[in-house]
Design a binder for this molecule. Structure first.
Ligand code: SF4
Length: 231
C-alpha cells in the first residue's frame, strides 16, 4: 500500500539516476491525472491526508513513493500534518523513506514520533553513508536503511541504532550492477550487529528471473515491533 500526500521531487544523489517516481509522474501527467498536473514539481496534497482514516484493516504503508517528504520545498507545517495523520492511525505501520537525512535531523525534534512511524534513509554507495549517522541521531522510534539501488560496497556501517536493513539491486533497462560480495558483506554486518536483514531482489534487466535468493535462501527478517506501544 502506498500513500502519497506529496508528489514531485528533484535529484540529489547517484541513487536518483533512474528515479521511478519521475518516470511514473511523467506517465501520469501525460494521462491527465490531476494530482500530476505539475508533473514532477514538488506539490502537497492536503486532500490526501484523509485517506488513511478510511482504511478498515491494518496496513503497512509506504509513504510517498512518488516524492521525498523531507524535500526542502515541503513546508514543515505540512510534514507535521502528515505526522499527525500517522500518529492518529496507530493500527497502521507507516514507512517513510528519505534521501534528505540532513533536513530530517534538522527538524526531527519538531515532530512527534510513535512506534508505528518507521523512519528510513536510502543509502546507495559510500558517498552517502553519512545519512546513516544523521538518521541515528533522530528521535525516530524505529529506524531502517534502504540500501537500494545498491551500486557500490558499503563497508563498516555504523548499525548501532538501526532496527532494520533492506538491500536491493537496480532494475530497469540499463541497471547498474550489484556485486554479490557487497550484499554478503552487508548481511555479515547485520548478523554481527544483530540487525534484521531483508534481501529484496537482485534486480537487473530481468528482475523476476534474477529473483531474491542469497546463500541458497531468502532473507525476510523484519523488526519485531509492538504496535500497542504507539497508542
Ligand atoms: S529522492 Fe527519491 S523521489 Fe526524489 S529524485 Fe531521488 S529517487 Fe526520485
Amino acid at each position: 500500500m502506498t500513500w502519497n500526500p506529496t508528489t514531485g521531487c528533484s535529484k540529489i544523489s547517484q541513487g536518483c539516476k533512474f528515479c521511478y517516481a519521475e518516470i511514473m509522474s511523467k506517465r501520469l501527467h501525460a494521462m491527465g491525472v490531476e494530482k500530476y498536473k505539475d508533473n514532477f514539481k514538488v506539490r502537497t496534497h492536503p486532500s490526501s491526508l484523509k485517506i488513511p482514516y478510511t482504511w478498515k484493516k491494518s496496513k503497512v504503508v509506504f509513504v510517498n513513493s512518488m516524492s521525498d517528504l523531507f524535500h526542502e520545498e515541503v513546508p514543515l507545517s505540512f510534514i507535521k500534518d502528515v505526522f499527525k495523520v500517522m500518529r492518529e492511525n496507530p493500527q497502521h505501520v507507516f514507512q517513510v523513506l528519505t534521501k534528505r537525512a540532513d533536513r530530517l535531523l534538522e527538524i526531527h525534534d519538531k515532530l512527534k514520533w510513535t512506534h508505528n512511524i518507521w523512519m528510513g534513509v536510502s543509502v546507495e554507495d559510500m558517498q552517502v553513508t553519512k545519512r546513516i549517522d544523521l538518521l541515528s541521531n533522530t528521535n525516530a522510534k524505529v529506524k531502517f536503511l534502504s540500501l537500494e539501488p545498491l551500486i557500490g560496497p558499503l563497508n563498516n556501517m555504523n548499525l548501532n541504532n538501526i532496527d532494520w536493513v533492506i538491500v536491493g539491486g537496480e532494475s530497469g533497462h540499463n541497471p547498474r550492477p550489484m556485486e554479490s560480495d557487497w550484499v554478503l558483506d552487508i548481511q555479515e554486518q547485520c548478523k554481527s550487529s544483530d540487525v534484521p536483514f531483508f534481501f529484496k531482489q537482485w534486480g537487473g534487466k530481468n528482475k523476476k528471473k534474477n529473483g531474491r535468493i542469497l546463500n541458497g535462501k531468502t532473507y525476510d527478517e523484519m523488526p519485531e515491533i509492538d504496535l500497542q506501544l504507539s497508542v
